[in-house]
Write a protein that binds this ligand. Structure first.
Ligand code: NIG
Ligand code: FE
Length: 399
């Protein structure tokens, strides 16, 4: 895969956007650099576009560390959920939190995403499950922070406890009340279409209602079992279908035909001890693939997209270049932002990473550590020498 690498390259930006890229030796001829330009010399380090993490559950309260231990001892994700652990326990904690508390949690997590190189992320709701609590979660995810955000309403994450046994009534609440009330405040609508969550028919209701209100569409599909969410996504022209662990060859063909992006979340397979989505097959079929974290308290508690890149290379044997492209341009496509972010091209935002490495190939190879030494968002240096220039939340005092 041709990443368009430029040896000894330089990037010039004005008013937050890239205006030129090319060999360092050509910059003086190519454009007039004003005397007051900020010059950052990275001394031979690799520079890559900022990561675009197109699937995160950013904002929630509570703690599910005990659940992790229970899963190691043999309990399954669905067994824990059926016993009112899992998503339901995070819903209880998130409902009990104030918007200010949630915003502080989100800001702290965004700091961590940024230090690991994520310059744009998608933030889902889905732990409120009432109009008021979904709105609170959505607003908290909009806390001021340099990381760019795209917001997704996932009110159809799970049927809340008070609607137990009345799933269709809850779907009606989502379609008739929650989606209309929050239209215009989130770009996407999403639904958890899977065993133990919502059926294809219930998911169709949510996505069709969302589409008619102007939301763009996403779906959680084939994560725990194959239930047909991918075919639904393709038939409705969804921008992305996410997870796809249990996808079939027919589904791959449908995604290709519909132009729906496959968002793969290898960190979730790692955490839940499942097989991995077939990234190689999807790429071979010509489907656009995005790599994202799925950051959430249950199935993947990690802000580090470098780890997802490493897992994709290890487990699906894709190349470092294919994985990097999926974590940048692929993510941008999954958010409908491929003309704004995802690569360092004139006209796009100047969002870039300076690696503590001479090549992007070290991202999967030198694994389990943070290789991001510097981050620029919209032309502003926001991480320098691995430190946030102005952290949203002061570091905790050490004892
Ligand atoms: O993408 N699949 C549904 N939602 C999340 C998990 C959320 C949770 O466990 O809290 C996921 O894996
Ligand atoms: Fe998810």
């Amino acid at each position: 895969m041709d990443l368009g690498l430029i040896p000894h390259g330089a990037v010039a930006a004005r008013e937050g956007r890239v205006v030129w890229t090319g060999p360092e030796t050509e910059i003086a001829d190519a454009l007039e650099v004003p005397d007051d330009a900020v010059v950052v010399d990275v001394e031979g380090a690799a520079v890559i576009p900022g990561f675009v993490d197109a699937h995160t559950h950013l904002t929630w309260a509570g703690d599910r560390a005990a659940e992790y231990g229970a899963r190691l001892a043999g309990a399954t994700y669905l067994e824990i959920q059926a016993a009112c652990g899992g998503i339901t326990s995070t819903v209880r904690a998130t409902r009990a939190a104030t918007e200010e508390q949630l915003a502080a949690l989100a800001a702290r997590r965004l700091d961590s995403f940024l230090r690991h190189g994520t310059t744009t992320l998608e933030a889902k709701t889905g732990y409120g499950l009432t109009l008021e609590d979904e709105a609170k979660q959505l607003d908290a995810g909009k806390v001021a922070h340099p990381v760019r955000r795209v917001h997704t309403l996932l009110a159809a994450h799970l049927t809340p406890e008070e609607y137990a046994g009345r799933e269709d009534e809850y779907i009606s609440l989502v379609c008739d009340r929650i989606l209309p009330a929050l239209a215009g405040q989130a770009e996407f609508v999403d639904v958890f279409c899977d065993e133990g969550a919502f059926t294809v028919e219930q998911s169709r209701r949510v996505l069709e209602a969302g589409r008619s209100l102007g939301y763009r569409l996403k779906i959680h599909a084939e994560e725990l079992a194959h239930t047909g969410g991918t075919a639904l996504a393709a038939s409705l022209g969804a921008v992305s279908a996410d997870h796809l662990i249990h996808i079939t060859p027919d589904d791959v063909a449908l995604l290709k035909e519909a132009g729906t992006v496959a968002v793969l979340l290898p960190g979730t397979s790692y955490t839940l001890h499942t097989t991995y989505a077939p990234m190689r097959e999807l790429l071979s079929a010509g489907v656009t693939v995005a790599l994202a974290t799925d950051f959430n308290p249950g199935s993947c508690y990690s802000e580090n997209l470098q780890m997802s890149i490493s897992l994709a290379c290890q487990e699906d044997r894709v190349t470092p270049a294919e994985a990097l492209r999926a974590a940048t341009m692929g993510g941008a496509a999954a958010l409908g932002l491929q003309h704004e972010i995802g690569s360092l091209e004139p006209g796009k935002y100047c969002d870039l990473l300076v690696l503590d490495a001479a090549s992007h190939q070290e991202l999967p190879y030198h694994w389990g550590v943070n290789l991001v030494a510097g981050v620029i968002v919209g032309g502003e240096v926001v991480v320098r020498d691995r430190q946030l220039v102005s952290p949203a939340v002061a570091p905790r005092a050490t004892h």
